[in-house]
Design a protein around this ligand. Structure first.
Ligand code: ASP
Length: 329
């Protein structure tokens, strides 16, 4: 681990609750360290002593495949003791409050709480109650900062620095914490961002936010994909059916025709922009927001995103927990 990486640790926030806790320099530090962590990921023996003696609790009140397992792997590869607790398997299912649950875990002397919860703001609240470092692994429709970091990392690995690149984010903006974190990080890194959704899936207040943070809005996908500005990266978002109580679009078919990355749309896009990359945070609804052809295309970075998730989460755990005296061996 280089000296510059170690000294930058001093300025990291205590918790990672939102991309807004970071600035461009801190994001750069986290992504640079992730590059070093990816070297560990490629070794035959994936074990460094960096977090020996530290305990990381994954406390997940919502389902997860990628995020939870990658935090667990990240901790284990850095020699931390990692423990998974799910909402269903914890005393919250017996009626214990979130506060009592997290304070009970904190009282055991753990070092980090990686938390996912269906309530927006839950991680912020928990950070005010516990001594452990809190990492927001998704809070309702609010934020998912490590997803945005791994998305930036993955895109940069393929298309280079994001300053001046055009990233188009398409889909269920209303329910997407991935979109909210990504807009913040991509703008900090200097990317031009356009977000596209049907009117019914544009969150309230987005116009004012787009003016403050300088990103573009559209309800019409094809003109953006074929426009003069070009497209460097296209991020498709999952339609989050579990957060929808009413009808946000007439039929799945109509959503796909208007906003899905269908095979014909993919073919047109790749013909115009052969170097475009395609991202999706997963889990995918194949056939709804993304076709199988697009998910499995040469331009798809979806599995690279998964791989980067481990390296980026190692970097986050390192910078929050190891302090300036830590280091990868
Ligand atoms: N896995 C991401 C999240 O937890 C994206 C999604 O679920 O659509 O927010």
């Amino acid at each position: 681990m280089s000296d510059s990486t170690a000294s930058a640790t001093a300025t990291m926030p205590r918790h990672l609750l939102s991309i807004a806790d970071l600035d461009a320099d801190l994001i750069r530090t986290l992504l640079d360290t992730a590059t070093q962590m990816q070297d560990v990921q490629r070794r035959e023996v994936k074990k460094i002593p960096t977090l020996r003696g530290r305990t990381v609790i994954n406390l997940f009140f919502e389902d997860s495949t990628r995020t939870r397992s990658s935090f667990e792997i990240a901790g284990k590869w850095m020699s931390a003791d990692t423990i998974n607790i799910t909402g269903k398997g914890s005393s919250t299912s017996k009626g214990e409050s979130l506060r009592d649950t997290v304070m009970t875990i904190d009282a055991m002397g753990v070092d980090a709480l990686v938390m996912r919860h269906s309530a927006s703001g839950a991680a912020h609240q928990v950070a005010g109650w516990v001594d452990a470092h809190v990492i927001n692994a998704g809070d309702g429709t609010h934020e998912h900062p490590t997803q945005a970091l791994l998305d930036a990392y993955t895109m940069e690995q393929r298309i280079g620095g994001l300053a001046g690149k055009h990233v188009v984010i398409v889909g269920d903006l209303t329910h997407s914490r991935v979109f909210r974190s990504n807009v913040l990080s991509l703008r900090m890194l200097g990317a031009d961002v356009t977000v596209v959704a049907p009117v019914t899936l544009m969150p309230s207040g987005i116009r004012a936010w787009s003016e403050t943070d300088g990103f573009a809005l559209s309800n019409d996908l094809d003109p953006i994909l074929t426009g003069d500005r070009g497209v460097d990266a296209l991020m498709m978002l999952r339609v989050q059916k579990e957060r929808m109580s009413g009808g946000y679009f007439p039929t799945a078919r109509e959503y796909t025709v208007g906003y899905g990355l269908t095979r014909p749309r993919l073919q047109r896009l790749v013909a115009d922009h052969p170097d475009v990359v395609i991202c999706h945070p997963g889990p995918m609804n194949r056939g709804l927001e993304i076709s199988a052809d697009a998910a499995d295309a040469a331009q798809s970075l979806i599995l690279d995103q998964v791989a980067a998730g481990v390296a980026v989460r190692m970097s986050v755990l390192y910078h929050l927990l190891a302090g300036a005296e830590g280091g990868a061996a």
